[in-house]
Design a protein around this ligand. Structure first.
Ligand SMILES: *Cc1c(COP(=O)(O)O)cnc(C)c1O
Length: 389
């Protein structure tokens, strides 16, 4: 590999660019994870995380990817044979279902249209049919990163409440947290799953399970699925003092402390409107190019990433390769059945308007170079939008 001037554009809806201040915070000596300085730091992290998630009873931090926390969420409150209802409208939703099946759960998926958000009415109808109350949990992905479709979690909650069904409500916020408003307590979510490398602007390596009192009570009352590393009981006991039952990734936790500070400095409303603005500019560009947004519901378009369709017979991955080699920018690939048919523009985490414009310029030049049918003018449409916004 030879040196390339400038910096790499990591334009994915995760992992996302890590701010300089986070890297600097991580560039420290490792300390004793059973000493007082460490415990104090971690207690501060819990407070910050409770703010980000919207007042859960506790936030578990696991040294894992978010996938580990899908497993932790399920294994600590559900036992083999338990039924769960999954809204399946994308690659990540279906993966969560697979984790459930591997744990011996009976995962009943409602196969939704991948181009649309979760339908609260259909979820409620299924729960209303469940007269014996055998469904133990309802699983929804907040922002389906593969498709760029965001579901309305508050609306799903309302629909659940109308049925009076006691199922736990579990939500994957891996690519929505710190990009889109999220209020765990207000929306009555029992377990929220997240990871470090997306809206939280950290390197990969931390997973989170934010839990309600109801989830903790269910955890204490049910045997759950076999688990050890991802168990909540030992974690909760040690977390009291800011400690872990095993060696935590000290360095990443310093980074988390810094990223939480950055989010507080910017302010939640400013963070969300920055993401919405970048997403809006991206959609203007896509429309001007004459390309189609994979998301078909204008109310469900994602603030984290935009999934863009290419024409029949065109290869989105060949286009992505041109952009990578020529402009040193990584765009997201099509996942699962969308492979080759879409590319994804990430506008998540630490970026500003000029970074976004650079990314969109790379896309526009790449479209030209790879002969993907499109109209000119996406870049100036985005510039007009940002100048007005
Ligand atoms: C990235 C992502 C995941 C998986 O996260 P890992 O850290 O790779 O395990 C799960 N759900 C959604 C919605 C994601 O975007």
């Amino acid at each position: 590999m030879t040196y390339r001037g400038g910096r790499h554009f990591l334009q994915l809806p995760g992992p996302t660019p890590v701010p300089e201040r986070v890297f600097q915070a991580m560039n420290r000596s490792v300390i004793d994870h059973r000493g007082p300085a460490f415990g104090e730091m971690v207690l501060g992290l819990f407070e910050g995380l409770e703010w980000v998630f919207g007042d859960p009873a506790h936030v578990f931090i696991f040294p894992s990817s978010a996938t580990g926390c899908w497993e932790s969420a399920l294994a600590n409150v559900l036992s083999p044979g338990d039924r769960v209802l999954l809204w399946n409208n994308g690659f990540f939703a279906s993966k969560w279902g697979e984790v459930g099946r591997a744990l011996g759960l009976r995962v009943e998926a409602i196969d939704g249209d991948w181009r649309r958000p979760a339908d609260p009415e259909r979820i409620a109808a299924r729960l209303a049919d469940d007269r014996e109350r055998r469904i133990r949990a309802v699983l929804v992905v907040h922002n389906e990163t593969s498709t760029g479709v965001t579901s309305d979690i508050a609306a799903v909650r309302e629909a659940l409440d109308e049925t009076g069904h006691p199922a736990l409500f579990m939500v994957d916020t891996v690519s929505s947290l710190a990009a889109t408003p999220y209020r765990q307590a207000e929306w009555g979510v029992d377990v929220t799953v997240c990871g470090s490398q997306k809206g939280l602007m950290l390197p990969p390596g931390l997973g989170f399970c934010a839990v309600s009192e109801k989830a903790l009570a269910r955890h204490r009352a049910s045997p759950g699925a076999p688990r050890s590393y991802f168990d909540w009981t030992a974690m909760l006991r040690d977390n009291e003092g800011g400690y872990f039952p095993y060696t935590p990734p000290t360095t990443l936790l310093y980074g988390l402390e810094a990223s939480l500070a950055l989010l507080r400095e910017e302010g939640a409303d400013a963070t969300f409107s920055r993401h919405a603005r970048h997403a809006g500019a991206t959609r203007r560009a896509v429309a001007a190019w004459g390309l189609r947004n994979y998301c078909q519901d204008p109310k469900a378009v994602s603030s984290a990433g935009t999934t863009v369709m290419v024409g029949d017979g065109e290869d989105a991955d060949a286009f992505r390769l041109v952009v990578l080699e020529r402009f040193d920018m990584s765009l997201g690939t099509g996942l699962g059945p969308l492979k080759g048919k879409v590319f994804r523009i990430g506008h998540l985490g630490d970026l500003n308007e000029l970074t976004l414009m650079g990314a969109l310029a790379g896309v526009e030049m790449g479209l030209k170079m790879s002969r993907i049918a499109h109209e000119p003018g996406g870049l100036s449409a985005a510039a007009d939008f940002l100048a007005e916004a």
